[in-house]
Design a protein around this ligand. Structure first.
Ligand code: PAF
Length: 287
């Protein structure tokens, strides 16, 4: 497993592999890798001849006052996990390699980027879309693997790749959870023991919401209230949002039908946690 740090090195290496007929799988990350990231690599390795993982804490997607400086960084431990998962390369650029000059070109979306986290973190998705476009341009033709935990991010990357005809096959991978249901996240390390114990309410609230939908509830407000009430039982958490949306548009319909997604965001001290779960509501008249 080799660590590359410059854009020309990555281009030269991957172009040589593609010229020899090899396919490339790409796992973009910000490091602080855990079993959720490993599952993305394990999805890529058997599907591609070469797997490259990027590790870059992207300043553009952090607003002032967010955890850019505190975000955990440990390249040695990350490299060991990538090796274990069978990845071939890490791309770990410096900030000056990625942004040699103050950036004047950004990528931003309307539609899917506007609700949910788009309301709570108004500059975040433009930072993500910009760096992912840049990473796709550096990596070149590939299949790229993203976790469904960041469900809105995945929807944005799919839409942006389609809108801009990017030469990337975007692959969504299932959420990886701790045994008590907490979705794995690099930010879970910020949780105090009390917050960690309380943090299971995200998964529980989603399970309750989805169970209500599966039992016939089609009013999104009723499901939202049910999930919010459960999250309110956790003393250390503050609800940001609990919503049920159309899984494709991410908008709240009047009546739930077809593929829907329940999503929650809760602040626990220094950690803002997000999670989601989906189900399908049979459209009346369909089998
Ligand atoms: O999900 C992440 O880790 C980041 O948002 C990503 C996609 C690597 C962009 O910095």
């Amino acid at each position: 497993m080799k660590i590359l740090t410059t854009i020309p090195e990555v281009r030269e290496t991957l172009n040589a592999h593609r010229a020899a007929g090899r396919t490339v799988g790409f796992v973009p990350t910000m490091g602080a890798l855990h079993a959720g990231h490993k599952s993305l690599m394990l999805a890529s390795v058997p599907e591609n001849d070469i797997t490259i993982v990027s590790i870059f804490v992207n300043p553009l997607q952090f607003a002032p006052g967010e955890d850019l400086e505190a975000y955990p960084r440990d390249l040695e431990t990350d490299a060991a996990l990538c090796t274990e998962a069978g990845a071939d390369y890490i791309f770990a650029p410096s900030v000056s390699e990625m942004y040699p000059e103050p950036i004047e070109t950004t990528v931003s979306l309307t539609g899917v980027s506007e609700p949910l986290d788009g309301q709570s973190r108004p500059t975040h998705f433009s930072g993500v879309a910009t760096v992912v476009t840049k990473l796709f341009s550096i990596i070149g033709s590939c299949s790229a693997y993203f976790g469904e935990k960041d469900f809105q991010q995945l929807a944005i990357i799919r839409k942006m790749s389609l809108d801009l005809s990017l030469d990337v096959r975007v692959v969504g991978c299932p959420i990886h959870r701790e045994t008590d249901g907490l979705a794995m996240s690099s930010r879970n390390i910020y949780l105090t023991p009390e917050e960690r114990a309380d943090s299971v309410v995200l998964n529980q609230a989603l399970a309750k919401g989805i169970a209500a939908i599966d039992a016939g509830e089609t009013d999104p407000a009723a499901v939202r209230d049910l999930m919010a009430a459960h999250i309110a039982t956790a003393d250390s958490g503050t609800l940001d949002y609990a919503e049920v949306v159309d899984a494709r548009t991410l908008l709240t319909p009047q009546v739930l039908s077809g593929e829907v997604r329940a999503l929650v965001a809760v602040q626990f001290g220094k950690a803002r946690l997000i999670d989601n779960m989906g189900t399908t509501v049979a459209v009346s008249g369909s089998a």
